[in-house]
Write a new protein. Structure first.
Length: 164
């Protein structure tokens, strides 16, 4: 997955932000998915399906080893995959806080094998502004790439709100 037209611009207005709709706005650093991370996720969620936590049994499956939970991959958007992101920075004057407002669509399109590295590519899909100017809502398409794979592991449309 190639990076295209990525900018390191600092966006300071909603009008300026709208200019980036349809463009890739960020690429995250590579993150190694370890068995320890997957095991901790299984412990936190109670989902101990063998394809995630039992390397011996998982070797007998078409995956050839353990894979990360789909929801593990999704949850990584909140932290590891968004840390150290290269690209556009949104710095709107008067912003008090930003929150995760939800998701429109999530698809797990390929497995994430334990021991592989993943990263996110983010594209701006939509910008909405509260008529009273109390918030700005940004919808982004997040595509999680698995190093060495032709298919993304996940595509998720996320919504974030910035409150003033």
């Amino acid at each position: 997955m190639a990076t295209t037209e990525l900018t390191d611009a600092e966006v300071t207005s909603v009008d300026e932000l709208r200019k980036y709709i349809g463009r890739e706005t960020g690429v995250g650093e590579w993150v190694l998915v370890t068995q320890e991370m997957v095991d901790k996720f299984a412990d936190a969620t109670g989902d101990h399906q063998f394809i995630h936590v039992d390397p011996e049994r998982a070797r007998q499956t078409p995956f050839g080893g353990t894979i990360a939970h789909g929801y593990f991959t999704l949850s990584m958007l909140a932290g590891f995959l968004s840390q150290n992101m290269h690209g556009m920075k949104m710095r709107l004057p008067g912003a008090k806080m930003g929150v995760n407002y939800g998701l429109n669509r999530v698809r797990f399109t390929a497995p994430v094998p334990v021991g592989k590295r993943i990263r996110v590519h983010r594209k701006l899909v939509a910008v909405e502004e509260d008529p009273g100017k109390h918030w700005v809502q940004v919808t982004s398409e997040n595509t999680v790439e698995v190093e060495g794979s032709d298919r993304p592991a996940m595509v998720a449309e996320s919504i974030g709100r910035t409150y003033f």
